[in-house]
Design a protein around this ligand. Structure first.
Ligand SMILES: [Zn+2]
Length: 143
């Protein structure tokens, strides 16, 4: 049985920490209300319906203070971002309506669904892949 990862480890596999212009960026969960930047909305309501997931993007992190900042989806650091698989597992690329999603099934049969991507790695469909293997590009499509 695979060792469970922390949620932050899953995020780090998807969005590996990176340094841009001397600033360290790490993945963080987004919030929907600018008035409350502490919201960690796994199931936040969106337009009257449940979102059913957590959105993540890069945010600036200061190791000296431990302070995690925030960058928007329009920030250059969040443009053309490659998304890695959250865990080792078998990749399935599934068409849902007009969008494609990636589903990675790990050795415990737990499924990790990754949405909001373009340029999905169709060539890896059905293959066992390692955590961090690029499965698509961050985008704002889908729900
Ligand atoms: Zn979402």
């Amino acid at each position: 049985m695979a060792t469970p990862l922390t949620f932050q480890q899953l995020l780090n596999n998807m969005l590996p920490p990176k340094t841009v212009n001397g600033i360290l960026y790490v993945p963080r969960i987004t919030y929907t209300q600018a008035s409350d930047p502490h919201v960690q909305d796994f199931d936040a309501s969106r337009d009257g319906r449940m979102h059913g997931g957590a959105d993540a993007l890069y945010a600036p992190y200061d190791p000296a203070t431990g302070k995690l900042g925030y960058a928007t989806s329009k920030d250059p650091v969040n443009q053309n971002v490659l998304i890695g698989a959250p865990v080792d597992g078998t990749l399935s690329i599934i068409t849902e309506g007009k969008f494609k999603i990636a589903v990675i099934t790990d050795s415990n049969k737990i499924q990790y669904v990754v949405r909001h991507m373009s340029n999905l790695a169709d060539g890896l469909d059905g293959q066992f892949i390692q955590a961090g293997t690029v499965i698509g590009t961050m985008s704002n499509v889908g729900t």
